[in-house]
Each structure stands twice: as C-alpha cells, then as structure tokens.
Design a protein around this ligand. Structure first.
Ligand code: AMP
Ligand code: MN
Ligand code: MN
Length: 327
C-alpha cells in the first residue's frame, strides 16, 4: 500500500483497529523525538490501547521530567504489534535496533515526520515538512482523532515545539506555531519549565568538553568548524551523547554562514552536525552524504578518520557558501 504524504484517515484507521501499538523514534533522541514519542504514546494509552514506546538507550537524563518517560524501553527482545508508528525519524536506519525489531514484528508502519529528507518509508505517511516539529504533527493528529489534551500529553508536545525551534528562534516559526503553543499552554503545559529544563541547563561535562574542544575551532571565509576527539569525550565521561549545542553556538557568530562539528566515534566513524544561516541548505549536504535533517540543521555519520572526513566534507561546505541556494 502506498499513501499520500499526509493520510490522516488511514493513520487514524490503523491505530483505531489496533490493540497493540509500538512507537519508536530516532537514535540519540532530542526533545522533539521524546516529546512526540511520549505525546502519542500517552494519548493512545488514554484511549485504552496497549502501547509500547522504545528508543535505543532509553530516555536521556534531561528529558526524564516528562511523565511516562520511565516507561520508554531501551531495548526490545520480545513482542508483536498490530502497528508501529515511527516519529521524528527521516529514515529507517535512524530508528536504530528497536526500530528494526518493531518493523519485523508489526505488519503496518506509520511514518510521522517533518524532515524534508524523509525517505517515505513505511505504509502510511504523516510527513509534513512545514511542521516545526514532529510534536506539531502529533498535535494535529490528536485533533483529527478528536482526542482531548491531558496535561502530560500537552507537556510532552510543547517540549518538541520548544526544542526543535530553539525556543521559537528558527526561521520556520509562523503564527500557527504560536497558536499551537498557546493551545498547549492553555492545557496546562508550562513553557517556562520546559525551556528551563531543555535549553536552559547543561551538565558540567558539556562545559568541560567545550573547554577541551574550543582550541580546535577554525574559521575560514564564512565557514566555522570544531573537532571533538574520542579522547576528549572519554576524558569528560561522555560517550557519544550530545555536545551541548556547540554547533549552534558556532553558527551564531556574525561572520559565520555555516558551522560544522566533527565528532570522532569508535570504529573509525565521524558524526557531523551542520547548522547554517538562512539561504544555505545544509540539509542537502547531509542527505548527499547519507544523513539528513533540515535546511538549517542537519547531520550525518560518515566512515573514516577525522582528517579524512574533514578533507571530504569541508570542500562541500565551501561550495555551498560560494553558491548559496534560494531560501
Ligand atoms: P543534530 O546536529 O544532531 O542536532 O541534528 C540536526 C538535525 O539533523 C536533526 O533534525 C536530526 O534529526 C538530523 N540528523 C542528525 N544526524 C542525522 C543522520 N545521521 N541522519 C539523518 N538525519 C540526521
Ligand atoms: Mn529529532
Ligand atoms: Mn524534529
């Protein structure tokens, strides 16, 4: 079965006819991943469904304030479901081991996502690139279903609205974003608490990582990049978790057009995060390398040493700076 990019009726029908539902999201989950996963999971549980939610490694510490986050599974070893819903993941690989397990044990997959690079995997599609977050799509779906917003669901959904827009600072924010936000606040979600917990606080280990990584920062004609070595990650006791937003700090430099952070991984791999000013489509660069994301925020994991990967990727960014796309 194929479907339209947005097939609310088929998606609603799929969950209505299901008793056992699996919800998964992307590996190394951010606020939108966990927010949309939990918002949908809790709402479907409120409808009397048996819902399992899973993401490789479980809920990151900074998102454990969300109710229901303690029910998110870090591994899957058993179970069968009538449908699996994937949220905030642009391709199947991004859903990690739990996604592979869930797919193999569910006859139907609903692909709910807002990445322009979404590969349209799955059976039923709720793919809305204009949405600022996957949480916004879950919000629309619950309205479509006529499901009322409880406080835990509103809080989960507002979390993704806040984190994916960096507190409403990205260029895709519209009056509609604020209307959805207002509605979630009217259902009791605390904007202050969500901002404070997600964007307003970082563990000390991020500061320590920044201290070690700042000397690596280079700037060249609008391009600013930093390198994070495995040695630094090990020294501060972080494995391959978030770097605390270093790449966003770098792109905020007035002279910067594009920023990149190259993070060394075990097994001769490098994880890259890209950010850009309006008009520079780093989503397509990431997609071309096998990753994905948005025009102004994207990422990919590439094989090779730090030096090899930089030698391959930096020229692509230089080309983009000299020939920007139309915004
Ligand atoms: P990050 O730099 O990790 O915050 O990611 C920025 C954006 O790029 C997010 O929308 C991610 O979902 C997306 N992204 C990061 N890494 C990948 C990847 N390996 N494949 C696809 N999308 C990615
Ligand atoms: Mn995400
Ligand atoms: Mn998202």
């Amino acid at each position: 079965m194929t479907s339209n990019p947005v097939d609310w009726a088929a998606a609603t029908e799929a969950v209505r006819q299901s008793n056992r539902i699996m919800v998964v999201t992307h590996v190394k989950p951010d606020g939108d991943a966990i927010g949309s996963l939990l918002g949908l999971t809790l709402a479907l549980r409120e409808q009397g469904k048996t819902v399992d939610a899973a993401v490789d490694g479980g809920t990151p510490a900074f998102l454990k304030y969300l109710s229901g986050s303690d029910t998110i599974l870090a591994h899957l070893g058993q179970g069968d479901w009538d449908v699996m819903v994937s949220v905030d993941a642009s391709d199947e690989e991004r859903t990690g081991e739990v996604g592979a397990y869930g797919r193999a044990h569910s006859p139907l997959v609903v692909n709910l996502d807002h990445h322009p690079t979404n590969t349209r995997f799955g059976t039923v599609h709720l793919v809305v690139p204009e949405a600022v977050s996957a949480c916004e799509i879950v919000y629309d779906w619950l309205i479509e279903m006529g499901h009322p917003f409880s406080l835990p669901v509103a809080t989960a959904l507002l979390t993704g609205m806040v984190t994916d827009t960096i507190a409403f600072r990205t260029n895709n924010v519209t009056p509609r974003t604020m209307a959805v936000t207002q509605d979630l606040m009217l259902h009791g979600a605390s904007l202050y608490e969500i901002i404070d917990r997600t964007l307003g606080s970082k563990p000390l280990s991020h500061l320590e990582l920044w201290k070690l990584s700042f000397p690596s920062i280079e700037f060249d004609r609008g391009l600013v990049w930093a390198t994070i070595t495995l040695e630094s990650l090990n020294k501060v006791g972080l494995d391959d978790m978030t770097d605390g937003g270093l790449v966003s700090l770098l792109v905020s430099i007035e002279e910067a057009r594009i920023s990149a952070v190259f993070k060394e991984q075990p097994d001769n791999k490098v994880e890259i995060s890209f950010r850009s000013k309006n008009g520079y489509d780093v989503g397509s660069v990431a997609f071309g390398l096998g990753g994905g994301g948005h025009r102004q925020a994207s990422g990919v994991t590439v094989s090779g040493s730090l030096a090899e990967v930089q030698q391959r990727v930096l020229p692509l960014l230089r080309v983009l700076i000299t020939a920007p796309s139309t915004p």
